[in-house]
Write a protein that binds this ligand. Structure first.
Ligand SMILES: NC(=O)c1ccc[n+]([C@@H]2O[C@H](COP(=O)([O-])OP(=O)(O)OC[C@H]3O[C@@H](n4cnc5c(N)ncnc54)[C@H](O)[C@@H]3O)[C@@H](O)[C@H]2O)c1
Ligand SMILES: [Zn+2]
Length: 352
Protein backbone atom coordinates (compact mmCIF):
# COMPACT_ATOMS: atom_id res chain seq x y z
CA UNK A 1 0.00 0.00 0.00
CA UNK A 2 1.20 3.53 -0.80
CA UNK A 3 0.18 6.44 1.40
CA UNK A 4 0.07 10.06 0.26
CA UNK A 5 -0.69 12.77 2.84
CA UNK A 6 -2.85 15.81 2.16
CA UNK A 7 -1.28 18.33 4.54
CA UNK A 8 -4.12 20.51 5.75
CA UNK A 9 -3.16 21.06 9.37
CA UNK A 10 -5.90 19.86 11.69
CA UNK A 11 -7.80 18.49 8.68
CA UNK A 12 -4.84 16.54 7.30
CA UNK A 13 -5.65 13.12 5.86
CA UNK A 14 -4.12 10.26 3.95
CA UNK A 15 -4.81 9.02 0.44
CA UNK A 16 -4.06 5.30 0.51
CA UNK A 17 -3.50 3.43 -2.74
CA UNK A 18 -3.52 -0.35 -3.06
CA UNK A 19 -5.40 -3.45 -4.18
CA UNK A 20 -8.29 -4.51 -1.96
CA UNK A 21 -8.16 -1.44 0.28
CA UNK A 22 -11.95 -1.39 0.63
CA UNK A 23 -11.45 -4.23 3.10
CA UNK A 24 -9.49 -1.84 5.37
CA UNK A 25 -12.51 0.38 6.05
CA UNK A 26 -12.90 -0.74 9.68
CA UNK A 27 -9.29 0.29 10.44
CA UNK A 28 -9.56 3.54 8.49
CA UNK A 29 -12.87 4.55 10.12
CA UNK A 30 -11.56 3.80 13.57
CA UNK A 31 -8.29 5.72 12.96
CA UNK A 32 -9.66 8.71 11.10
CA UNK A 33 -13.16 9.24 12.48
CA UNK A 34 -12.82 7.94 15.99
CA UNK A 35 -14.63 5.92 18.58
CA UNK A 36 -17.91 7.90 18.46
CA UNK A 37 -19.03 6.19 15.25
CA UNK A 38 -22.06 3.94 15.73
CA UNK A 39 -23.37 3.58 12.17
CA UNK A 40 -22.36 4.15 8.60
CA UNK A 41 -24.06 4.67 5.26
CA UNK A 42 -22.29 3.50 2.11
CA UNK A 43 -23.33 5.52 -0.96
CA UNK A 44 -22.67 3.76 -4.23
CA UNK A 45 -23.98 3.04 -7.75
CA UNK A 46 -25.40 0.05 -9.55
CA UNK A 47 -22.33 -0.76 -11.74
CA UNK A 48 -20.14 -0.81 -8.62
CA UNK A 49 -22.56 -3.11 -6.80
CA UNK A 50 -22.89 -5.34 -9.88
CA UNK A 51 -19.11 -5.75 -9.99
CA UNK A 52 -19.23 -7.02 -6.40
CA UNK A 53 -17.29 -4.16 -4.79
CA UNK A 54 -19.94 -3.59 -2.11
CA UNK A 55 -19.94 -7.28 -1.11
CA UNK A 56 -18.56 -8.40 2.22
CA UNK A 57 -17.58 -4.95 3.47
CA UNK A 58 -16.68 -4.76 7.14
CA UNK A 59 -16.83 -1.22 8.52
CA UNK A 60 -16.58 -2.21 12.15
CA UNK A 61 -20.07 -0.75 12.69
CA UNK A 62 -23.49 -1.60 11.17
CA UNK A 63 -24.03 -0.04 7.75
CA UNK A 64 -26.71 0.51 5.12
CA UNK A 65 -25.93 0.53 1.42
CA UNK A 66 -27.67 3.25 -0.61
CA UNK A 67 -27.58 3.16 -4.41
CA UNK A 68 -27.84 6.48 -6.25
CA UNK A 69 -28.53 6.95 -9.97
CA UNK A 70 -25.85 7.05 -12.62
CA UNK A 71 -24.53 10.02 -14.55
CA UNK A 72 -24.49 13.81 -14.31
CA UNK A 73 -28.28 14.04 -14.11
CA UNK A 74 -28.18 12.20 -10.80
CA UNK A 75 -25.68 14.69 -9.41
CA UNK A 76 -28.57 16.90 -8.33
CA UNK A 77 -30.14 18.55 -5.31
CA UNK A 78 -32.99 16.05 -5.66
CA UNK A 79 -30.53 13.21 -5.00
CA UNK A 80 -29.14 15.10 -1.99
CA UNK A 81 -32.65 15.36 -0.59
CA UNK A 82 -33.27 11.64 -1.11
CA UNK A 83 -29.90 10.73 0.39
CA UNK A 84 -30.16 12.92 3.48
CA UNK A 85 -33.78 11.90 4.12
CA UNK A 86 -32.47 8.34 4.08
CA UNK A 87 -29.71 9.30 6.54
CA UNK A 88 -32.39 10.69 8.86
CA UNK A 89 -34.53 7.54 8.60
CA UNK A 90 -31.45 5.38 9.27
CA UNK A 91 -30.80 7.42 12.41
CA UNK A 92 -27.41 8.64 11.20
CA UNK A 93 -25.93 10.96 13.84
CA UNK A 94 -23.45 13.79 13.42
CA UNK A 95 -20.75 11.57 14.91
CA UNK A 96 -21.33 8.76 12.38
CA UNK A 97 -19.76 8.38 8.97
CA UNK A 98 -20.71 8.39 5.29
CA UNK A 99 -18.65 6.26 2.91
CA UNK A 100 -18.64 7.08 -0.81
CA UNK A 101 -17.91 3.95 -2.85
CA UNK A 102 -17.71 4.87 -6.52
CA UNK A 103 -16.51 7.32 -9.13
CA UNK A 104 -16.55 11.11 -9.05
CA UNK A 105 -20.33 11.39 -9.21
CA UNK A 106 -20.65 9.33 -6.02
CA UNK A 107 -17.81 11.11 -4.18
CA UNK A 108 -19.18 14.56 -5.13
CA UNK A 109 -22.71 13.57 -4.03
CA UNK A 110 -21.85 11.73 -0.83
CA UNK A 111 -19.32 14.42 0.10
CA UNK A 112 -21.90 17.18 -0.32
CA UNK A 113 -24.51 15.21 1.61
CA UNK A 114 -21.96 14.74 4.42
CA UNK A 115 -20.99 18.43 4.26
CA UNK A 116 -24.57 19.55 4.85
CA UNK A 117 -26.31 16.81 6.86
CA UNK A 118 -26.29 17.89 10.53
CA UNK A 119 -24.22 20.87 9.28
CA UNK A 120 -21.32 18.60 8.50
CA UNK A 121 -20.27 15.07 9.36
CA UNK A 122 -17.35 12.78 8.55
CA UNK A 123 -17.03 11.02 5.19
CA UNK A 124 -14.52 8.73 3.57
CA UNK A 125 -14.02 8.27 -0.15
CA UNK A 126 -13.40 4.81 -1.56
CA UNK A 127 -12.66 5.76 -5.15
CA UNK A 128 -13.43 3.10 -7.76
CA UNK A 129 -12.88 4.95 -11.06
CA UNK A 130 -9.46 6.02 -12.33
CA UNK A 131 -10.66 9.62 -12.54
CA UNK A 132 -11.85 9.61 -8.93
CA UNK A 133 -8.61 7.99 -7.72
CA UNK A 134 -6.33 10.52 -9.38
CA UNK A 135 -8.58 13.56 -9.01
CA UNK A 136 -12.21 13.79 -7.86
CA UNK A 137 -11.94 11.96 -4.52
CA UNK A 138 -9.05 14.13 -3.31
CA UNK A 139 -9.27 17.75 -2.24
CA UNK A 140 -12.66 18.24 -0.62
CA UNK A 141 -14.57 19.87 -3.46
CA UNK A 142 -18.06 18.45 -3.20
CA UNK A 143 -21.25 19.42 -4.96
CA UNK A 144 -24.04 18.93 -7.45
CA UNK A 145 -25.24 20.29 -10.78
CA UNK A 146 -28.15 22.64 -11.46
CA UNK A 147 -30.11 22.66 -14.72
CA UNK A 148 -28.23 25.96 -15.32
CA UNK A 149 -24.79 24.40 -15.15
CA UNK A 150 -22.37 21.84 -13.71
CA UNK A 151 -21.13 21.92 -10.11
CA UNK A 152 -22.92 25.20 -9.32
CA UNK A 153 -23.90 24.21 -5.77
CA UNK A 154 -21.37 22.71 -3.42
CA UNK A 155 -18.90 23.22 -0.65
CA UNK A 156 -15.33 22.62 0.36
CA UNK A 157 -15.52 19.74 2.83
CA UNK A 158 -12.54 17.48 3.26
CA UNK A 159 -12.88 13.70 3.64
CA UNK A 160 -11.24 12.01 6.65
CA UNK A 161 -9.45 9.58 4.34
CA UNK A 162 -9.36 8.52 0.70
CA UNK A 163 -8.91 4.89 -0.31
CA UNK A 164 -7.94 4.21 -3.92
CA UNK A 165 -8.70 0.51 -4.24
CA UNK A 166 -6.98 -0.33 -7.51
CA UNK A 167 -8.53 -3.81 -7.56
CA UNK A 168 -11.89 -2.19 -8.31
CA UNK A 169 -10.48 -0.82 -11.57
CA UNK A 170 -10.53 -4.33 -13.03
CA UNK A 171 -14.23 -3.85 -13.83
CA UNK A 172 -13.95 -0.27 -15.11
CA UNK A 173 -15.25 0.14 -18.69
CA UNK A 174 -12.69 1.11 -21.37
CA UNK A 175 -14.22 4.54 -21.90
CA UNK A 176 -13.84 5.32 -18.19
CA UNK A 177 -10.17 4.34 -18.33
CA UNK A 178 -9.70 6.82 -21.19
CA UNK A 179 -11.46 9.42 -19.09
CA UNK A 180 -9.03 8.92 -16.22
CA UNK A 181 -6.06 8.96 -18.59
CA UNK A 182 -7.10 12.47 -19.71
CA UNK A 183 -6.54 13.74 -16.18
CA UNK A 184 -3.29 11.76 -15.93
CA UNK A 185 -2.01 13.47 -19.08
CA UNK A 186 -2.81 16.79 -17.38
CA UNK A 187 -0.65 15.85 -14.38
CA UNK A 188 2.27 15.19 -16.71
CA UNK A 189 2.43 19.00 -17.11
CA UNK A 190 1.90 19.84 -13.44
CA UNK A 191 4.51 17.68 -11.77
CA UNK A 192 8.18 18.42 -11.22
CA UNK A 193 10.64 18.09 -14.10
CA UNK A 194 10.12 17.94 -17.85
CA UNK A 195 6.63 16.83 -18.89
CA UNK A 196 6.62 13.34 -20.38
CA UNK A 197 4.63 10.12 -20.34
CA UNK A 198 7.10 8.18 -18.15
CA UNK A 199 4.28 7.82 -15.64
CA UNK A 200 2.92 5.08 -17.90
CA UNK A 201 5.93 2.85 -17.29
CA UNK A 202 5.16 2.58 -13.57
CA UNK A 203 2.86 -0.03 -12.11
CA UNK A 204 -0.75 1.02 -11.71
CA UNK A 205 -0.60 1.76 -7.97
CA UNK A 206 2.47 3.95 -8.54
CA UNK A 207 0.76 5.77 -11.40
CA UNK A 208 -2.24 6.58 -9.23
CA UNK A 209 0.01 7.57 -6.31
CA UNK A 210 2.11 9.90 -8.48
CA UNK A 211 -1.01 11.76 -9.67
CA UNK A 212 -2.58 11.76 -6.21
CA UNK A 213 0.55 13.33 -4.74
CA UNK A 214 0.51 16.15 -7.30
CA UNK A 215 -3.13 16.83 -6.52
CA UNK A 216 -2.50 16.58 -2.76
CA UNK A 217 0.33 19.10 -2.96
CA UNK A 218 -1.70 21.63 -4.92
CA UNK A 219 -4.69 21.25 -2.58
CA UNK A 220 -2.50 21.64 0.51
CA UNK A 221 -1.03 24.85 -0.93
CA UNK A 222 -4.40 26.34 -1.91
CA UNK A 223 -7.38 24.59 -0.39
CA UNK A 224 -10.04 27.03 -1.58
CA UNK A 225 -8.96 27.47 -5.19
CA UNK A 226 -7.07 30.66 -5.66
CA UNK A 227 -4.69 30.81 -8.61
CA UNK A 228 -2.52 27.90 -7.44
CA UNK A 229 -5.32 25.34 -7.34
CA UNK A 230 -6.63 26.62 -10.65
CA UNK A 231 -3.68 24.94 -12.39
CA UNK A 232 -5.62 21.71 -11.84
CA UNK A 233 -7.94 23.08 -14.52
CA UNK A 234 -5.19 22.84 -17.14
CA UNK A 235 -6.89 21.83 -20.41
CA UNK A 236 -10.29 22.33 -18.82
CA UNK A 237 -11.49 25.66 -20.24
CA UNK A 238 -12.04 24.27 -23.72
CA UNK A 239 -12.98 20.88 -22.24
CA UNK A 240 -15.89 22.38 -20.29
CA UNK A 241 -17.06 24.27 -23.39
CA UNK A 242 -16.90 21.08 -25.48
CA UNK A 243 -18.85 19.19 -22.83
CA UNK A 244 -21.44 21.96 -22.58
CA UNK A 245 -21.88 22.12 -26.36
CA UNK A 246 -22.41 18.33 -26.43
CA UNK A 247 -24.95 18.44 -23.60
CA UNK A 248 -28.09 16.52 -24.50
CA UNK A 249 -26.71 15.31 -27.84
CA UNK A 250 -25.46 11.76 -27.39
CA UNK A 251 -23.88 11.61 -30.85
CA UNK A 252 -21.55 14.46 -29.88
CA UNK A 253 -20.88 13.16 -26.43
CA UNK A 254 -17.36 13.26 -25.14
CA UNK A 255 -16.22 11.89 -21.80
CA UNK A 256 -14.67 14.53 -19.57
CA UNK A 257 -11.11 13.19 -19.81
CA UNK A 258 -11.34 12.91 -23.59
CA UNK A 259 -12.34 16.58 -23.70
CA UNK A 260 -9.43 17.45 -21.38
CA UNK A 261 -6.98 15.76 -23.79
CA UNK A 262 -8.23 18.01 -26.62
CA UNK A 263 -8.14 20.97 -24.23
CA UNK A 264 -4.48 20.35 -23.37
CA UNK A 265 -3.39 20.56 -27.00
CA UNK A 266 -5.62 23.60 -27.53
CA UNK A 267 -4.03 25.31 -24.51
CA UNK A 268 -0.58 24.62 -25.96
CA UNK A 269 -1.53 26.14 -29.33
CA UNK A 270 -3.02 29.19 -27.61
CA UNK A 271 0.12 29.58 -25.46
CA UNK A 272 2.24 29.48 -28.61
CA UNK A 273 0.05 32.11 -30.29
CA UNK A 274 0.56 34.33 -27.24
CA UNK A 275 4.33 33.86 -27.48
CA UNK A 276 4.55 31.89 -24.24
CA UNK A 277 5.95 28.61 -25.63
CA UNK A 278 7.65 27.40 -28.81
CA UNK A 279 6.88 24.73 -31.45
CA UNK A 280 8.78 22.00 -29.58
CA UNK A 281 6.70 22.54 -26.50
CA UNK A 282 3.48 22.29 -28.55
CA UNK A 283 4.79 19.06 -30.05
CA UNK A 284 5.49 17.78 -26.52
CA UNK A 285 1.83 18.32 -25.65
CA UNK A 286 0.74 16.32 -28.68
CA UNK A 287 3.22 13.58 -27.85
CA UNK A 288 2.12 13.24 -24.23
CA UNK A 289 -1.59 13.21 -25.13
CA UNK A 290 -0.87 10.58 -27.81
CA UNK A 291 1.16 8.46 -25.38
CA UNK A 292 -1.86 8.34 -23.08
CA UNK A 293 -3.74 6.94 -26.08
CA UNK A 294 -6.01 9.93 -26.42
CA UNK A 295 -7.05 11.92 -29.46
CA UNK A 296 -6.55 15.67 -29.72
CA UNK A 297 -8.83 16.07 -32.73
CA UNK A 298 -11.26 18.95 -32.28
CA UNK A 299 -14.82 17.73 -32.87
CA UNK A 300 -16.88 19.74 -35.35
CA UNK A 301 -18.35 22.66 -33.43
CA UNK A 302 -19.11 26.29 -34.10
CA UNK A 303 -16.00 28.13 -32.81
CA UNK A 304 -18.11 31.18 -31.85
CA UNK A 305 -20.32 29.00 -29.69
CA UNK A 306 -17.26 27.50 -28.01
CA UNK A 307 -15.81 30.95 -27.28
CA UNK A 308 -19.08 32.10 -25.77
CA UNK A 309 -19.27 28.95 -23.62
CA UNK A 310 -15.69 29.49 -22.46
CA UNK A 311 -16.65 32.96 -21.28
CA UNK A 312 -19.43 31.48 -19.23
CA UNK A 313 -17.25 28.89 -17.53
CA UNK A 314 -17.74 29.77 -13.88
CA UNK A 315 -14.06 29.17 -13.18
CA UNK A 316 -13.19 32.08 -15.43
CA UNK A 317 -14.02 34.99 -13.16
CA UNK A 318 -12.54 37.48 -15.62
CA UNK A 319 -13.31 36.79 -19.28
CA UNK A 320 -11.37 35.01 -20.81
CA UNK A 321 -9.10 33.32 -18.34
CA UNK A 322 -6.95 30.34 -19.22
CA UNK A 323 -4.45 28.12 -17.56
CA UNK A 324 -1.45 28.17 -19.89
CA UNK A 325 2.04 26.81 -20.14
CA UNK A 326 4.96 29.23 -20.24
CA UNK A 327 8.52 29.78 -19.11
CA UNK A 328 7.53 29.43 -15.45
CA UNK A 329 5.40 26.38 -16.15
CA UNK A 330 1.62 26.17 -16.08
CA UNK A 331 -0.11 29.26 -14.61
CA UNK A 332 -3.30 31.30 -14.74
CA UNK A 333 -3.41 33.89 -17.54
CA UNK A 334 -6.18 36.54 -17.54
CA UNK A 335 -7.51 38.84 -20.22
CA UNK A 336 -6.88 36.63 -23.25
CA UNK A 337 -8.50 38.23 -26.32
CA UNK A 338 -11.44 36.42 -27.92
CA UNK A 339 -9.85 36.92 -31.34
CA UNK A 340 -6.77 34.93 -30.22
CA UNK A 341 -8.98 32.14 -28.93
CA UNK A 342 -11.01 32.04 -32.14
CA UNK A 343 -7.87 32.00 -34.28
CA UNK A 344 -6.49 29.10 -32.23
CA UNK A 345 -9.71 27.13 -32.66
CA UNK A 346 -9.54 27.73 -36.41
CA UNK A 347 -5.89 26.66 -36.46
CA UNK A 348 -6.82 23.47 -34.63
CA UNK A 349 -9.72 22.77 -36.97
CA UNK A 350 -7.53 23.28 -40.03
CA UNK A 351 -4.95 20.83 -38.67
CA UNK A 352 -7.48 17.99 -38.30
N1 LIG B 1 -14.62 17.13 -6.72
C1 LIG B 1 -13.64 17.24 -7.58
O1 LIG B 1 -12.57 17.79 -7.28
C2 LIG B 1 -13.81 16.66 -8.94
C3 LIG B 1 -12.72 16.59 -9.82
C4 LIG B 1 -12.91 15.99 -11.06
C5 LIG B 1 -14.15 15.51 -11.43
N2 LIG B 1 -15.20 15.61 -10.55
C6 LIG B 1 -16.52 15.08 -10.90
O2 LIG B 1 -16.40 13.67 -11.09
C7 LIG B 1 -17.45 13.24 -11.95
C8 LIG B 1 -16.90 12.26 -12.94
O3 LIG B 1 -16.38 11.16 -12.23
P1 LIG B 1 -16.09 9.78 -12.99
O4 LIG B 1 -15.32 10.04 -14.21
O5 LIG B 1 -15.54 8.86 -11.97
O6 LIG B 1 -17.52 9.34 -13.50
P2 LIG B 1 -18.70 8.55 -12.77
O7 LIG B 1 -18.65 8.74 -11.31
O8 LIG B 1 -19.93 8.93 -13.49
O9 LIG B 1 -18.35 7.03 -13.09
C9 LIG B 1 -18.42 6.59 -14.41
C10 LIG B 1 -19.18 5.27 -14.51
O10 LIG B 1 -18.35 4.22 -14.05
C11 LIG B 1 -19.03 3.47 -13.06
N3 LIG B 1 -18.01 2.90 -12.20
C12 LIG B 1 -17.29 3.51 -11.23
N4 LIG B 1 -16.40 2.67 -10.73
C13 LIG B 1 -16.56 1.48 -11.38
C14 LIG B 1 -15.91 0.23 -11.32
N5 LIG B 1 -14.88 0.03 -10.50
N6 LIG B 1 -16.36 -0.77 -12.11
C15 LIG B 1 -17.35 -0.54 -13.00
N7 LIG B 1 -17.99 0.62 -13.12
C16 LIG B 1 -17.59 1.63 -12.32
C17 LIG B 1 -19.97 4.44 -12.42
O11 LIG B 1 -21.01 3.77 -11.76
C18 LIG B 1 -20.43 5.21 -13.64
O12 LIG B 1 -21.40 4.48 -14.34
C19 LIG B 1 -18.02 14.48 -12.59
O13 LIG B 1 -19.28 14.74 -12.06
C20 LIG B 1 -17.04 15.58 -12.21
O14 LIG B 1 -17.67 16.83 -12.07
C21 LIG B 1 -15.05 16.16 -9.33
ZN1 LIG C 1 -11.13 17.24 -14.84
Amino acid sequence: MISVPVELGARRYEVEIGRGLRHDLARVISDSVGPGVRRAVVVTQEPVVAAGWADGLDLGVPHEIVVVGDGERSKSLATIETLTSGFARDGLARTDVVVALGGGVVTDLAGFAAATYHRGMAYINVATSLLAQVDAAIGGKTGVNLPEGKNLVGSFWQPRAVLCDTETLTSLPAREWACGRGEMAKYAFLGPGEPDASLLSLDLDEQVARCASIKAEVVAADEHEGDRRMVLNYGHTLAHALEASAFGDESLSLRHGEAVAIGLVFAALLARRLGRIDDDRVELHRKVVGAFDLSSRLPERDPHELVSLMGRDKKAAHDLTFVLDGEKGVEVVRGVGEDQVLATLEEMEAAT
